[in-house]
Design a protein around this ligand. Sequence first.
Ligand code: CP
Ligand code: NVA
Length: 318
Amino acid sequence: MKSDEKRDLLSIDDLQDVFSDIIDWAITYKRDTNYHSDFQPLAGMAIGSIYEKPSTRTRVSFEVGITKLGGQPLTLSKSDIQLGSSESVSDTASVLSRYLDCITYRCFGHNSVAELAKHATVPVINALSDLHHPCQAAADLMTIRERRKPSQGHIAWVGDGNNVLHDLMLASAMAGYDMVYATPEGMAPDPHVLERATKIADSNGASIRGTIDPREAVADSGVIYTDVFISMGEENLDGKADLFSGFQVNDELVSLARPDYIFMHCLPAHRGDEVTDSVIDSGNSVVFDQAENRMWAQMSILTFLCNQQAWQTYKDLV
Ligand code: CP
Ligand code: NVA
């Protein structure tokens, strides 16, 4: 693929023009596994995934999804390759582009994945940075669409103003859902991401509203979403966890939501901190559907980014 034709996925709004199709195709992959088993859009391709942070879902779902599509997955821990002190991100991007057809990258600072994308001549997918988690948002909106939620009520976020909230906010805005997020004082989402999401929401007749009161966010909601209070890389931040008093998603809080609400979490969950067992193990919880849907959503994204010809044929299949 020539560099001037390639597209990257750094935040979920990079797919704004095709987002609905990405979700449709993901649902089709999931529904028609057997029918599509001979459809191998990544045949002959190698996809490398670099990890600076640990991962269960992202790593396994990419490896299995790539294999299902006929491609070869390579998982590269940052500690095993020269990236970092011995070799720059830009040189790594140029070298890997000579072997690979796509690169996924889980990093700390978002600038690292942006830099990789700038210098790679093949598509780059952000597999989580401190600022964005687009693959999670694609799986989340797929899960919401599968459950036909929220048929009434809005999407409520209760927790940190973090990477998962940022892409959920952008994706909800693209899909036209109203959102109310509750974050503690000083933990609000990034203002630039919020501005982008608000603009998208406005153009789709949807709204985004922030509060510091979890009860206000959850009242009459159809979806409740939370994430860990302390993200990877923040483990040594003194006192951050103390700011989340009253932000636990528990039976009392969810009693304010619509009775048929769904509970969502990107996982891993810190049970007893941001959510109780009674909520995450309840019949309203769809957290393991979300985890499964990471694979189908990423298969759809990879097909779009790596094989435009195959992507175009999907419309005849669905
Ligand atoms: N949700 C998510 O990205 O999980 P992992 O950190 O296990 O990949
Ligand atoms: N906000 C969390 C998400 C983990 C999937 C983190 O960045 O650690």
